[in-house]
Design a protein around this ligand. Structure first.
Ligand code: FE2
Ligand code: FE2
Length: 419
């Protein structure tokens, strides 16, 4: 028995998504033509919604625990109705935005396998976008009597979104080289995994039923990211390939803070839990996420050490990594600079707790001070130039951050998953 059933959406929006794909992802045909060569054991890509099964029809979290889940959006009242729409809209925006980002540097993939993996990720994100459209389109009750048609308004808006006006910051950052594709799949898709897992408890049943099938596809995205990150890091260690460990480190430093911020303000998330849109508040999920990113980078460091010190078994490599990082010393020819690190959660933040955002924290999470006071915005900007990729420093996203850092303009709060 399949773990899910499939559905397509109304021809109007089905065709609109196909049109969107032709404009934003014309390489899909190439992927489909080459599918069996690379993914013979996998069912070929198809554009439909996958409707999974729920472990229970009941809400188990929040203030409605014990009640049946909502089958019709229109039965959700007040703020809950609009907040559910906001979550679906943000989710769909991430799916479509990431396709636009991956495509920018697709042709720079160092190997065919990497290029095909990114194409498959893009195709699956397209299906995820389609899935969110299904959530909105199959349920006529998103149109409440006497109110605008929330579903079509939202879908029309999503189809017109470009890099720069997606809901979450991480999906407005252009990719400049293939490290962006790889680090994004490693750390930003991982945020996606946390969101989807938390949203299994969603009180609006069609959203909850969408999570299982999406999660199994995310496994490939995260796995590809990790595998390629390891491959590129080992190549850098052996002085092969086009990226150095420092290049890789800077790209990690650029993306991890955006991943951390996708969870929303670390003290928030209670309303979403009360509505049973998810099962953990922002701070808890964010801390678990950051811990998992550290584990991923540990695995990469073990591979780096094994590339440098021949015939070192994994457990010994693991202790060596820990020893080098704890002491800051060069041991067996491996220096701290040969290894990768995960920036602290307080580094380079523009959203979240007031006491953290735009404060001059270094990658280790220490406040950079001068005469006992935090250094000026200008000085922090100079520090960031030493920690982030050059191309990122020149980006529009960084210019926006800089404006705010120098006290000119602060971004509007709330643009995250963590309502
Ligand atoms: Fe996705
Ligand atoms: Fe993904």
């Amino acid at each position: 028995m399949a773990a899910y059933t499939t559905e397509t959406i109304s021809p109007k929006y089905h065709d609109a998504i196909v049109d969107w794909q032709k404009k934003n992802f014309p390489e899909l045909t190439f992927l489909q033509d080459s599918w069996t060569k690379y993914y013979a054991s996998q069912t070929p890509f198809q554009l439909f919604a996958k409707i999974g099964k729920l472990p229970s029809d009941q809400i188990n979290v929040g203030r409605m625990a014990g009640q049946a889940r909502f089958e019709h959006a229109g039965d959700m009242v007040g703020n809950m109705f609009y907040s559910a729409r906001d979550v679906i809209r943000a989710q769909a925006s991430t799916e479509l935005g990431s396709i636009q980002q991956h495509r920018m540097t697709l042709e720079e993939a160092p190997t065919d396998q990497m290029k095909m993996a990114v194409l498959r990720i893009m195709a699956e994100e397209l299906r995820h976008g389609y899935q969110m459209f299904w959530v909105l389109a199959h349920d006529a009750s998103w149109k409440k009597p006497g109110h605008p048609d929330i579903a079509s308004e939202t879908m029309d808006e999503l189809l017109s979104m470009q890099l720069g006006n997606h809901v979450l910051d991480a999906f407005n950052i252009p990719f400049v080289n293939f490290l962006d594709n790889v680090i994004f799949a490693t750390v930003i898709d991982l945020v996606g995994k946390y969101q989807l897992e938390m949203q299994r408890v969603f009180s609006y049943a069609p959203m909850a039923r969408s999570m299982g099938p999406m999660l199994s596809e995310e496994g490939f995205h995260i796995g590809s990211g990790r595998g390629f990150l390891k491959e590129l890091s080992v190549a850098a260690t052996n002085d092969k390939g086009r990226f150095s460990i420092d290049d890789i480190q800077r790209v990690i430093n650029a993306w991890v803070p955006r991943g951390v911020e996708m969870f929303g303000n670390e003290r928030g998330g209670q309303t979403a839990v009360a509505f049973s849109f998810k099962d953990r508040n922002n701070g808890t999920a964010q801390a678990e996420y950051h811990g998992e990113v550290r584990e991923v980078i540990d695995m990469v460091n073990i591979a780096i050490v094994q590339a440098k010190v021949k015939d070192l078994p994994a457990p010994d490599a693991r202790s060596l990594v820990a020893e080098i990082q704890d002491t800051g010393e060069t041991i067996k020819g491996v220096s701290p600079k040969d290894l990768l690190t995960v920036p602290d959660m307080k580094f380079f933040r523009s959203r979240g707790l007031e006491e953290i955002v735009f404060m001059p924290y270094d990658v280790q999470g220490n406040l950079i001070t001068e005469g006992g006071k935090p250094v000026s915005g200008e000085k922090y900007r100079d520090y960031l130039k030493t920690a982030l990729p050059d191309y990122y420093i020149k980006s529009k996203e960084f210019a926006k951050y800089e404006e705010a850092l120098l006290g000119r303009e602060r971004p509007a709060p709330g643009a995250s998953y963590g309502w």
